[in-house]
Ligand binder design. Sequence first.
Ligand code: ZN
Length: 572
Amino acid sequence: MALKRVYEAAPLNEDVGSKPSASVPPSQSILSESSSSPNAPPQDHNDGSLRQTKRMKRLLASDPAAAERMDYRRRLGLARRDDDIPTALQLFADVQARDIDIGSEGFNALIALLTTFERLEDADQVLTHMRRKHFSLTEATYVCIMRALALGGRQPEAAEDLLREMLAGGLRPRLRSYSPIIVGYAEQGKLENAFALYDKMLAQDIEPTETELVALLRGCSGEGGGNVEVDNFYRTLADLQDLVLEPGEGAWEAVAGWFEKRRERGDWAVGHDQAAKSGGRGKDRKAALPQTPSPEMSVRRGVVVDEAGVCSGCGTVLESIQLSSEAADELMTKVEELVLADRAREAEWARFKAWLRGPGGGGRAPEFDTVIDGANVGYFQMNYAQAPPHVNYEQISWVVEHFVGMGKKPLLVLHARHVDSRRVPPGYAALVQKWRERQLLLVVPYRNNDDWFWLFATVFKGGRTLLVTNDEMRDHHFQMLSQRTFLRWKERHQVHFSFGGYEKGGGRSVQIQVPAVYSKCIQGPGNGKAAGGREDENWHLPRAGDDKWLCVQVRRGGATHAQNDGGMTEKS
Ligand SMILES: [Zn+2]
């Protein structure tokens, strides 16, 4: 039998059947057109497949029923691993016929397998059996069914019924509980349902991702048979701008498609004021766009932005968007929380913060505008076979002097173990001493993570302070920061480096990549300067993975418009 794998391998493994969950009352079928044929007639399927392990033998002797249950669960697990639907269905037929208790876990696994291949009717039989026997469903299992129903079965309403049941049962919803239903509604042009559910999800403090946002944007173009929506389009675009730094091709097409559809229909004058007022995710977003009956509109895919930030399509100068001071404070607070999760670090952290305040604030930190992640520079390309165990002090020195040569004031952050006089190789002791004397060294105390110190120092300093590191900061501990804020901050401040050939003085040349003068993120009518000082409604969307942009230019009259600022960003 040729099986069509409809979804990527069960992403729900981790908790299918692993959590206790609400008990499901017996009720009617989840499917509107439910399965007709029952499964294969019962037969004894116990064909010697009990694995005769010692443990099993003991169990078989003492409790044959338990041994059989265990064997069924094991065989179901194998069937799931091998995507073996016929075997899984045969096992289920036995289970039903002989009323074998394979536990919630076993049934949840069965549903996960069946729904992965969109065997909705079979999954429904399992569900019906579970209800009859009062087995509980996990959130993950609900998700499996809701996803198959909403996306494969194109029955988002039935999926939403299940979601309601899940919530009524006290299970905590996650993004994946809402996502397939929102996408399912949007794809069918049922925008009212899609946005109603989207709002419910937001009310639960669940952040959408690009997947839901793109589906909603596409839905707003009237794809799937709905109306062309103006208000909802703008609020979703605002959310995309807020949450997604570099959108993918799908977002490009959704946005481009919507503007093209509007142009086709020529109904620009309608609804723009409304659109401008509708905030994203409950925020007070204002972009009071002037109305003109028939603006000129251009959609250009794949334009480039030059070093000065000028769009090759429409001439708009894109801007550098820094974190607002609130967002920066939030980022620092989070870093501090992570550091102080270990109370033993409290005193040292307090000393560091006092030091950081600099002369103006009673601290002793020197003036600095460039923070160097010393360990990252020192270990750069140092993983070859005979590499010394310590950081490469020369590399660090080259980078420090490179920035000094540029007229910058570097702050070199190094963990104590790299500068401890008992541990520094004799040949480099003088170099380290010089760094101390020149007051450009920040020594991170033992038992502390230097990452937090360079990160906090850079955010604290604010403005255009640079952070020199090739660390992409994707580690699990960076993941604990609000990615929305952190990635925007990183895009504006991180400097990458590499080394070139040896120079006369003996050191190697240093190449650096500083952030562009403009932010690589979605820029809307409130950002940048339109060419010729016009009050156009321009949208620029970068594309993840390359340097191409989508440029949408709606040429309007000369009236002024307010900022499109979600409180997230402020101009630098
Ligand atoms: Zn442009």
